[in-house]
Design a protein around this ligand. Structure first.
Ligand code: NFE
Ligand code: MG
Length: 494
């Protein structure tokens, strides 16, 4: 007789997420990821000034607002026909890089680590599912002390972002054509000494701690693989090529299917609403997408839509970025670090498709990114322009493709009468946490749970560890809200 597990809410993620799984013979037969939160940013944007997209889309989330700022700015760069100045390009990268590092640190130490150490029997370590804690005493003590040290590293990373962003989490300086903040030597210096500290933390503490967890919990390198289709839009611009799909980036655009690196054609992206609480059953390209809630829809079980590429589910995030880099050979330093870490652990590249692989990919990319940021800082030309002038045309269209810390992020805009006529965002956790599509194909997190052995259905810590390795953010994933907070109907999730 199958047993049903319901985790609602799953804590230590961002937003409200429930997991339902049926377990038979000690293994998960079927899993459903339920985005149990409704928001509404795409409707809020309609009729507003195009530049308002930058501050408004940032309110989708407090963890990755910089990604929404940069992606909406890219939409506008394109629609308004303006490219950031060199300084503008570099400073956007630095603000984004600082936000990546703080996001990865919070994810490993403050959201995930509690699953792997016993820690003090006090909040935020308890209550939780009680796990098979295996960390040796000395390592356990060290990891718990790093939990606190990581708060300081995050603080420094936040300060780095604020130096060029005016404020954080919701940044004030990003505009079409670049940034409004001046490029001064004192800002470069203030950023650099904080970067030194954060870089030391990544190199000497963060990466080592991920390795310790990987070594002690070896079985998690074989758990939570997902669909093995990976998608990255690429991130951190290295040139001023107007077409984002051709732009040179630190992490390149690409996708991996059957172990092979393949190109990305944005025309292949659709969002399917068969099992989402939205009107319509079909798959639409984002530029034509609609967001009309239907809370009583039969069979639907999530507020997330189901993004697909060429009709297939794709995992997005650090694992996708790192795997694309390993296959395209564009970051030899990253490949060397990844292969050496895997060798040290006695694993191979195939083990990256796992809980361990996702944590390792985050730490490795934080390391490469910190090094790149040091180089970019020195490429800033003090007192040269940081933004280019622009005019809002009567009619235009644009899109931005970028990588938020959690993965591929796309925004699409259509301007009519100098106002936003249509806005759509397709967000990383919408990809990873998507429900089934019209063909019945599960989303990546659902797929990662299939077949997983659960020792105790009343204490399903395996599920929590696997789902958290994706670093889900449901605030981002749904990004919908009624403007005045009216009720949309009553429904039960369990
Ligand atoms: Ni709310 Fe977000 C990131 C975006 S995730 S955290 O990273 O975009 O879906
Ligand atoms: Mg959307």
């Amino acid at each position: 007789m199958p047993e049903k597990i319901v985790i609602d809410p799953l804590t230590r993620i961002e937003g409200h997420l429930a997991i339902e799984a049926s377990v038979d013979g000690g293994r998960i037969q079927e899993a459903r990821v339920v985005g149990s939160l409704y928001r509404g940013f795409e409707q809020i944007l309609a009729g507003r000034e195009p530049q308002d997209a930058i501050p408004i889309t940032q309110r989708i989330c407090g963890v990755c607002p910089v990604s929404h700022a940069v992606t909406s700015a890219q939409c506008l760069d394109r629609a308004l026909g303006v490219m950031p100045t060199e300084n503008g390009r570099i400073i956007r990268n630095l603000i984004q890089g600082a936000n990546y590092i703080q996001s990865h640190i919070v994810h490993f130490y403050h959201l995930s680590l509690v699953d792997f150490v016993r820690g003090p029997q006090a909040p935020p370590f308890v209550p939780r599912y009680e796990n098979d804690y295996r960390m040796p005493e000395q390592a356990e003590k060290q990891l718990v002390s790093h939990y606190l040290q990581a708060l300081q590293a995050r603080l420094k990373a936040h300060e780095m972002a604020a130096i060029f962003a005016g404020k954080i989490p919701h940044v004030a300086s990003i505009v079409p054509g670049g940034v409004t903040v001046p490029a001064t030597v004192d800002k470069v210096t203030a950023f650099l000494w904080r970067l030194n500290e954060v870089q030391e933390f990544i190199d000497n503490v963060y990466l080592a701690d991920v390795m310790t967890v990987a070594r002690v919990y070896r079985d998690y390198a074989d758990m939570g693989a997902g669909p093995r289709n990976l998608l990255s839009f690429g991130v951190f611009d290295l040139d001023g090529e107007p077409d984002v799909t051709k732009r040179k980036r630190l992490f390149r655009m690409g996708r991996v299917k059957d172990g092979k690196l393949l190109p990305v054609d944005p025309a292949q992206i659709t969002e399917d609403t068969r099992f989402g609480w939205y009107e319509g059953d079909g798959a639409q390209p984002p530029a034509k997408g609609e967001t009309r809630p239907a809370p009583s829809k039969q069979d639907a079980y999530s507020w997330l839509k189901a993004p697909r590429y060429g009709g297939d589910p794709y995992e997005v995030g650090p694992l996708a970025r790192v795997m694309v880099a390993l296959l395209d050979g564009s970051l030899p330093e990253l490949a060397a670090a990844a292969d050496s870490a895997l060798k040290d652990l006695g694993f191979e590249r195939r083990h990256l498709y796992s809980v361990t692989g996702r944590h390792l990919a985050r730490a490795l990319e934080a390391q490469v990114l910190a090094r790149a940021m040091r180089k970019w800082l020195l490429e800033i030309k003090p007192n040269q322009p940081t933004a280019a002038d622009f005019k809002v045309p009567k009619q235009a269209e644009g899109f931005g493709l970028w990588e938020a810390p959690r993965g591929a992020l796309g925004h699409w805009i259509r301007i009519e009468d100098r106002k936003i006529a249509q806005y759509q965002a397709v967000v990383p956790t919408t990809w990873n946490g998507s429900p089934r599509d019209g063909r019945g194909r599960p989303g990546p997190i659902e797929a990662a749970l299939h077949g997983v052995a659960v020792k105790d259905a009343k204490n399903p810590f395996e599920i929590a560890r696997i789902v958290r390795s994706f670093d889900p953010c449901i605030a981002c994933a749904v990004h919908l809200a009624t403007p005045r907070g009216e009720g949309l109907g009553e429904f039960r999730i369990l």
